[in-house]
Design a protein around this ligand. Structure first.
Ligand code: ATP
Ligand code: MG
Length: 277
């Protein structure tokens, strides 16, 4: 049997309460989940259910109150700063917002070379790798000299993906990485994620509230409800024949009998949202 790359066991995350005697808030209440090498685990659930918190705990950005997180057999639940930094070449992240995740004053070359030089790659070599990274995400090499503001949301997300790939990680936490993009761009960026995985064998923890997205990318799907995983299993199984009442409600609220109709509905919904924005 393959050893899991990531193994989360009975994870509890409590955020400190606000105010002097504020009660701590338990955002995760004993979550267990594993990810195999090269696998995509989709994490779905309504807003506030704890999806981002789980991703952040894996990245060492949310406090582990109880339980453990193992990566490649190593307990990473409570790492010091230096050990955490060493793990950056193994676990990377792509966030939702391509507009705020890239420093506005740095050129694309500086953005992509930074993780490399920070991990000890000599500057000239790092510079050479930048062109290769841009190529991997379908961006022209002359993008290197430009600034983030010169690119569209989809292009910026490609750049963020290139940055995540720079150190050849084995796991990328993707938190709603296509949610801010329009539909056709979403599809292309999702295909890029899949293509990169086929080529490099990277695993993804793929957080999304979009059920069409989760169906498209996931090998297995975990469903989160109020800080707990209520269902975890094969992607097709969970999305087409969910067992838990919450998952049934979640997926039935968004039936997909006809992909074209669904596409129309999503465009209509987006138009409404855009009009409100
Ligand atoms: N830093 C924090 N301090 C206190 N509470 C927090 C903090 N971050 C998140 N929470 C709370 O933890 C719960 C889970 O939040 P989380 O961001 O993980 O949800 P989510 O599933 O990612 O939601 P969304 O789909 O809206 O992104 C929420 O009730 C949220 O208010
Ligand atoms: Mg979130």
């Amino acid at each position: 049997m393959t050893e899991p790359l990531l193994d989360v066991k009975d994870l509890v995350v409590e955020y400190p309460g606000s105010g002097l005697r504020g009660k701590p808030f338990r955002a995760l209440k004993g979550v267990s989940l594993d990810i195999l090498p090269g696998e995509t685990v989709g994490l779905v659930g309504e807003s506030g259910s704890g999806k981002t918190t789980l991703g952040r705990a894996v990245l060492g950005l949310a406090p582990v109150t109880e339980g453990t997180i193992h990566y490649g057999g190593q307990d990473i639940s409570h790492l010091g700063r230096r050990e955490r930094r060493a793990l950056a070449s193994e676990i990377q992240v792509v966030f939702q917002d391509p507009y705020s995740s890239l420093s506005p004053s740095m050129t694309i070359e500086e953005i992509l070379a930074e993780p490399l030089t920070a991990s000890g790659t000599p500057a000239p070599e790092a510079k050479k790798r930048v062109g290769d990274l841009l190529d991997q995400v379908g961006m022209p090499s002359d993008a290197a000299r430009r600034l983030p503001r010169e690119f569209s949301g989809g292009q910026r997300q490609r750049i963020a993906i290139a940055r995540a790939l720079a150190l050849e990680p084995k796991l990328i936490v993707c938190d709603e990485p296509v949610s801010a993009l329009d539909l056709s761009t979403q599809a292309r960026v999702l295909d890029l994620f899949i293509e990169i995985q086929e080529r490099t064998g990277v695993a993804y923890l793929f957080v999304t509230h979009d059920l069409a997205v989760v169906r498209h990318v996931s090998h297995r799907v975990a469903v989160m409800y109020r800080g707990e995983i209520v269902e975890y299993g094969d992607g097709d199984q969970v999305t087409s024949a969910p067992q838990h009442p919450y998952t049934q409600r979640l997926f039935m609220a968004a039936p997909v009998p006809d992909p074209d109709r669904q596409e129309e509905r999503r465009i209509a919904r987006r138009a409404v949202l855009d009009a409100e924005a």
